[in-house]
Every structure is written in C-alpha cells, then in structure tokens.
Ligand binder design. Structure first.
Ligand SMILES: [Zn+2]
Ligand SMILES: [Zn+2]
Length: 868
C-alpha cells in the first residue's frame, strides 16, 4: 500500500508549499488558496515527494500523541451542572471484573460503548462515560489461597493493567469518577445501603437449604450450579441448612415484571427476565396428611383437574420428606434417593424427556375435593424452587405426571374431555369429577372449583412466582462485610451509620473451612454491642459481589461524596443510564438485582428513576475458529498483541467491523490487515493533501461542483447519511465502518481528478465519521486537514440536495443473469430505460436471434430481458 506516496501531487515537496501549521493548534478559518502550482505543474528543480517517513501511517506515534492531549486536558471529564442546556446522555458499559488482563471481549464491549459516547457527544449531548472495577470476588480470593498473596495486591495489579489498556485503547473515560468496589470509600456505602434495606425489612435472616460446594466451602446461588456441580471448580454440590441473609426481592416481583414494558431492552433479555420471575396464576390447595397431623399446600395452574389427582409428589429438598419416610419400609431407599437427587442439575431434573425416577414414602394424603387418599412419592422432577415444593399429580393431563405414572404403574384418570390420547393438556368439558362440575367447560370449572374450595376453607386463588429471595451471604473473605453484630442480649444489632465502614480486616489464611475466613480475625470479630455496650460478635459472612454491582452506576454520578452515597439532586441529573452495554450472560442476575435495588431505593426517596437502564445493548462474543476463546483451548488472542502491532484504532475498528456487534463473530487475522490498510490509506491520502498546502476549512462546496468533484461530494454526503442512520437507534457499526471505507476508496480513485478542497472535504468527512471507532486516526486526519479538533466539531449533517442522485447505475440482466451495467438518468421513464439497455452492445450479443418474451424494468435499479 505505498502506491499513494507522492502520487497525489507529484513533484511538490513540502518546502515549496510552505510549512504546515503545527498539529492541534493551527488557527482555523482561513480559506485556502487553490494551489496554482497544481495546475501549472511542478516548479523547476522540485524533487519528488516527501521523505517516506513523513507519509507513513504510524499508530505508535499518532495514538500516544492524542492520548496525551485527552489526558492533559481531561477532555472526557464532565461536570455536574443542573443548568446545562443540552440534554444529558449516560453511556455505560458493565464494569470489568479485574482479574488478570483485559481480553478481546473487553475490547469489543468498550469499543461499542465508546462509539456510542462519541456519537452522543457530537450530536449535542452532555455525556457521562465513567469507569470502575467490580473488584471483590472469588478469582482474586482463590489466587490468594493458591499463592498467599493478598487479594488486594493481585486486584491492584490487575486494575493497573485495565487502566493502562483503557488508555492505550483511547477509550473516552471520565477518570475523575473512577473507583473499585473493594475500596472502603465505596463499600462504606454498600454497607449503608444494606442497613437501609434492613430497616425496611427488605434484608432478613432465615435458615435455608443452600447449595454448598464442599471444595470451595461456600454457598452457591442456584445459577452457579451447573449440572449439579459447582460452576467454578466442578465439584458436586451438596445441600445444607444454614442461617443466611436474604434480600426480599420477591416483594418486587410484580413491579420487576410489569416495568419491563417501560424499558428498551432486547426482546430475548426481556423474555429471560420474565421467565426468571415466572409469574403464573392459579390456586393454592391444601392436602391433609392425617398420619402426621399436618397438611401440605400445593400450587396449581389447573384446579379444574383436581379430581384427576391420583398421587402426590414432593421435591427431594422438601423439608418434610424425611419426616414422612421415617419409620416406613421405604426410609432407607428414600434417604439414598434424596442424596443422589440433590446433586443433579435443575434443568436436567425438570426436563420433560428425561426418564422419571422416584421412591414412594409409604404415606398418603387426602385430596380435598373428593376425600380420596392418594400415595405420596418423592421424585426429582419436582423442584423446591417452584410453588411449594410439592405437587398434586394429574397423569391424564400433565406430560411429566403421565410419564411418571406409566413408569410406576400408578392410576390415570381422565377428567377433561378431548384429544384421542393421554396426556391431554387442552381444554374441554369436565368428566369423572363431581356432578356439580361434570359437563362444565374446564375454564369455567377452574373458577367454580376454586370458589367452592375457598368457601370450604380448603383453597384459594393464588399467584405463584419462580423468583426466590436473593440469598446474599457468602462464607468468603474477599467481599463487603455485612454491617451487623450479634449480641447475646439484643440479638441482631445494625452497626450505626457513623461507625461505617466496617472494615475488611486482614487475615492470614484465606482458606474457607465451612465458615468465613473472617471468623479467624478474632480481634475484629469481638466488639461491643452498639445498643447495650456489652460484648458482641460481628457477622463474619460477606456479601455476594452482585450487591456491589447493583448500585455502582449511581455512585459514578457523585463518586467523591463522603457524607452520603450521592446527592439526590446530582443523581437526578444523570440517572437513569441512557444506554447500558454488556454481555448477555448478565441477562438475569446482575440486571435483575440492579433493577431491584433501584426500585427499593426509589421507594426510600433516594433515587427518582424507577429503572436503572433505559436502553440495553448486549454484544456478541468474539470467537476464534468458531470456538469460544479459552485458555484450555489455547485459542485466546490478547488485545495487547494486536494493539502493539496494528495500533488500537485497527483493533477497535476490527472488533466492530467483523459483524453486527450484537452477534457472535469469528476473529480473522486477514480481516485485521484489511482494516489496517483502510486506516493507513485514509491517513496517507490526508497526509498528502495536507503536505500540499495550508489547512482547509471543510466545506462541501456543492455550488458549481461538477464531474468528479460532484461525484466525490455526493459520496461524502452519502457516507454521512449512511453512518448517521446506522448509529441512530441501532448499533450497525459494521456497515457504518464499511461506508467510511467506501468513501475512502472513492477519495483514492478520484484523487487526481478533483480539486484539492473537494478531496480535503471528503477526507475530513471520512475522518469525522470514523472518529467514534478509530478516535486517534480520526483526530489526526481531521487535524492535518483542518487544524481543528474533530471531537469539538458537531456531527456532520448530510445535504439532502446531494443525496438525490440524477444519475443511477442500471443493472442489465438477461434471464436474470447480470450482463452489463449502464449509467442512466434517474428520472428516465421505463421505455427509455429499456431502449438504453437494448442499445448496449454486450446486451445485444445475448438478445440476437432470441425471442424477448418479457422485459422487467425496475426504475432506478434494473432491466431484465426474459428470452427464449
Ligand atoms: Zn466449587
Ligand atoms: Zn446488646
């Protein structure tokens, strides 16, 4: 790609053209002389072209130069200003977890966010684009267990890597708001917010069966259990009963569901949230167990089928299962079955096609609608998380109950007419039930049966949710301490606000032993009760790290506040986040928890937004050779290598050009080369124009332009229109970058045929449009041509007059095959187009001696001759 060097204005050394103004400081506004020398040819004695070194696209020089300007001038820092006239835009990428070095996924994520931030700034928004680190968590702690190095040390080293690379990538971050969630100045407020939730009864303690990883010695959330194994270490998970802290997120289930309507999120994420909340309407009905003098409520969405219940099934986790089996002939078998079932994954257990397993408990319960005694079983297809952990089984009208009944020879009784075979899950008249309901349509019977049970006190209408309260206790070291103490006299006592933060003490042994490593910090554990002054012990569990990330986006708004988590007035200026960007793997947990926090804090008057993230974008993964990058596969590519070799602009542009950013895309090295050549071509063209004279004021100069000049101007305006469209309300960055490539190629092709101003305008436009994706190259090219700072320029606006083409390229086909292309007047009528196409010699060759049976004319596009 050295074709260009000197080819543009051959024979004119910079010395002849006069010195160029220094970068980033030249006086704007001078209209330029059109160089007569260009028309008259080179002056006597002029040598060829500038020295090579001056015309080489060298990101290693260009990128640090602009980074230094942005750093020195704090260009991306934004002030809180309630009176600022222009609208605000809060653009945020999910904060990184600092472990090791950033990977390609980070580069893509922050390149997407940066493009949005730049575009918003230049279209008139005051943009908040901050950065922080989700710094507590297991990887740093496991590293500490392996090496003895304090998690604080490895975390700091990783954060330094992230900071360095974010700067090298040229991401436009407001660094004045930076923090790590592990810093006391941050977690002090995490604790403060916990206490507010505690005051409102939204944080509470109860004993619960938890997933326990015996290797990591910690509690796992259900989502951290994959196929019955610990997500992190693969050890089979066990069930344990522990006193734990919970957040009452279920209080917000309806609002979390209903408010999904108010936000602009990808439909698949909304569906995942909806399913996670899992609201269903039905009835709760109680089945009595006279032998143990107790009763078990079940939730059903099909009360119309109650008369078809022929057995009763409990989840292996149900707290009463062992009590029911105790003393029966099935006790041992049941115990073994339960232990096995607990280690299996919920997805697998719940799957419809899986062969059903189960064990009878040797007990019966009474069906409240007909007094029938039906046997009780334990089976792993019933999950404790759904409903009450027990079901009435109606094998005639439920797939899984049917499979179970067939497998174990249990009775099957049809109670709804319809369908040839069982199970039948559709609607129809009620049969084999009570004379009161037989013959009634089942939908109607649902209501009548529940009304009747309600009047008898044996059931009532009910709504069930799949969502469970959020278990936040972790028996781990590297997390935010829970700010309560236990006093023998006063019970659970919150640490007063003015004693926050409860510091995370240093320990020497990070290894969990069934209790939090914090329990070994004796001097820290033993304290005085804030209420009675007597001896008390601190809570030694730490918080789930999802608590830290549930409110960090609010802290950015007022990050230095040391008397409150934020000033509500400042918060109101920025919240909600206008555009949130991150991986789809957070579609449920993080996004659900952040929404819960926002709503709970809104109820306390601490924030006015009801939703944290107005719009969400989830980017796709970058794969290599079709596979997810992972250390074990050895196919990981680090951004560092590419940034060193090609520069950050190439690496950034490529991650966005590779495909639609919301989809997975495969990394190809020759694709990287292609993007690099494009940026190099743009830069060299601009360097040549710049070297040929003074800086120019970009102006489209449409008036009077003709021929090549007009064509290039049209291309530039087409590119403005295309890129603007691709970035407005969507993230079609790949096609936006392709449009700038097209414009650049057009500049190259017409470089010798157009006036210098026209070429400069087209190149400056390309620079302006590529800036959100390749900020250094964009800034450098724009500066070379105009002496101005592209980021201070408003986003270009396409001139509609130049978008209307009066000449179009017509495709000529014969029997659907492309045979020729021809320029045609855009306004030409159909018959004119047809005769123009017919007149082409190449087309003639295909038509001679044939019968033209039909001519299809699409004005502005094509003419197709159908021949025989
Ligand atoms: Zn584990
Ligand atoms: Zn006390």
């Amino acid at each position: 790609m050295q074709v260009l060097r000197g080819a543009l204005y051959p024979g004119i050394p910079p010395a002849v053209l006069g010195p160029r103004p220094a970068a980033c400081g030249s006086p704007p506004g001078r209209r330029l002389r059109v160089l007569r020398v260009l028309r008259d040819g080179p002056p006597d004695g002029a040598t060829l072209t500038a020295p090579m070194t001056e015309r080489r696209y060298d990101p290693r020089t260009i990128e640090p130069k602009w980074q230094a300007v942005w750093e020195r001038e704090r260009t991306w820092q934004v002030a809180d200003d309630p009176d600022a006239g222009n609208p605000k835009a809060y653009v945020l990428e999910m904060l990184p977890y600092p472990s090791g070095e950033p990977h390609m996924g980070h580069l893509k994520n922050y390149s997407v966010g940066d493009a949005v931030a730049h575009f918003r700034r230049r279209t008139g928004f005051r943009v908040l684009h901050p950065m922080g680190y989700d710094a507590f968590g297991l990887p740093a702690e496991n590293h500490a267990i392996r090496t003895g190095e304090h998690p604080r040390v490895s975390t700091a080293a990783s954060i330094e890597q992230f900071q360095k690379q974010f700067r090298e990538w040229g991401i436009s971050i407001d660094w004045s708001r930076e923090f790590g969630t592990h810093e006391p100045r941050y977690y002090r407020w995490t604790q403060w917010l916990f206490l507010r939730l505690l005051e409102r009864g939204l944080a509470y303690r109860k004993e619960a069966a938890v997933n326990w990883c015996p290797n990591d010695q910690t509690v796992l959330a259900n989502e951290q259990v994959i196929d019955g194994r610990c997500e992190r270490c693969g050890t089979p998970v066990e069930a344990r009963q522990l006193e734990q802290w919970f957040f009452r997120i279920t209080d917000y289930a309806d609002r979390l569901l209903d408010d999904l309507e108010t936000i602009d999120w990808p439909p698949h994420v909304v569906t995942m949230q909806r399913n996670w909340i899992g609201r269903s309407k039905g009835a709760e009905v109680s089945f009595a167990c006279p032998e143990l003098d107790t009763e078990y409520p079940v939730f059903t969405t099909r009360p119309d089928t109650l008369f078809g219940a022929t057995f009763f099934v409990m989840a292996p986790e149900h707290p009463d299962v062992l009590r029911l089996a105790a003393g029966t002939e099935h006790e041992t078998e049941a115990r073994e079955y339960i232990n096995r079932a607990l280690t299996e994954s919920r997805e697998e257990r719940g799957s419809a096609d899986r062969e059903k397993t189960g064990v009878p408990l040797g007990r019966t319960v009474v069906n409240p609608v007909n007094g029938e005694r039906i046997p009780v079983w334990v089976a792993d297809y019933v999950l404790m998380e759904y409903g009450t952990g027990a079901i009435m089984a109606v094998p005639a009208h439920d797939e899984r109950d049917h499979a179970f009944a067939v497998r174990f020879g249990l009775p099957i009784r049809r109670v709804v007419e319809g369908g040839e075979e069982l199970p039948y899950t559709g609607d129809g008249p009620i049969v084999n039930s009570d004379p009161r309901f037989d013959g009634m349509h089942n939908r109607e019977a649902m209501e009548s049966i529940v009304d009747w049970l309600d009047s008898e006190g044996r059931g009532h209408r009910s709504v069930n949710y799949r969502l469970r309260d959020w278990l936040l206790s972790r028996q781990r070291y590297w997390g935010c301490p829970i700010p309560v103490v236990y006093c023998a006299d006063c019970g659970i006592v919150p640490v007063p606000d003015d004693q926050l933060p409860v510091p995370l003490p240093d320990v020497t042994d990070y290894k969990p032993k069934g209790r939090s490593p914090l329990a070994t910090a004796e001097a820290w554990v033993h304290t005085t009760c804030p209420s009675c002054g007597g001896p008390a012990e601190r809570e030694t569990d730490t918080m789930d790290t999802f608590v830290d990330s549930s409110w960090y986006f609010m802290r950015y708004c007022d990050a230095d506040n040391d008397s409150a988590p934020w000033d509500p007035e400042i918060l109101a200026q920025w919240m909600p986040v206008d555009q949130y960007i991150g991986g789809v793997e957070h579609a449920v947990l993080h996004l659900m928890y952040a929404r819960f926090f926002t709503k709970a804090l809104a109820d306390m008057g601490l924030v006015s937004a009801q939703e944290p993230f107005k719009a969400l974008f989830t980017q796709g993964m970058i794969t290599r050779d079709g596979a997810k990058m992972s250390k074990s596969k050895g196919n990981v590519i680090s951004p560092t290598a590419y940034v060193e070799r090609y520069g950050a602009d190439t690496a950034r542009c490529y991650t966005l050009f590779i495909g639609p950013p919301d989809q997975d895309a495969d990394w190809k090295d020759d694709g990287v080369e292609g993007v690099h050549r494009f940026l190099g071509r743009l830069w060299r063209l601009a360097a040549d124009v710049a070297a040929s004279g003074d800086v120019l004021v970009p102006e489209s100069r449409a008036n009077g332009a003709a021929g090549d000049d007009l064509e290039l101007l049209r291309k530039a305006h087409w590119a403005i229109d295309k890129v603007t469209g691709d970035m407005t309300g969507r993230f079609a960055f790949n096609t936006a970058i392709a449009a700038v490539m097209e414009l650049t190629n057009e500049c190259y092709a017409r470089r010798d045929a157009v006036q210098r101003e026209t070429l400069a305008f087209a190149l400056a436009t390309a620079a302006s449009l590529i800036f959100p994706f390749a900020p250094h190259c964009g800034a450098d090219v724009y500066d070379m041509l105009t002496g101005r700072r592209v980021w201070e320029e408003p986003w270009p606006v396409a001139d509609p007059a130049l978008l209307e083409r009066d000449v179009v390229e017509l495709v000529v086909q014969v029997n659907g095959k492309l045979r020729d292309r021809v320029e045609a007047p855009a306004a030409a009528a159909r018959d004119e187009l047809e005769s123009l196409a017919r007149g082409r010699p190449r087309v003639q060759g295909y038509l001679d001696g044939k019968d033209v049976v039909k001519v299809v004319v699409v004005p502005g596009r094509l003419v197709n001759f159908v021949v025989r």
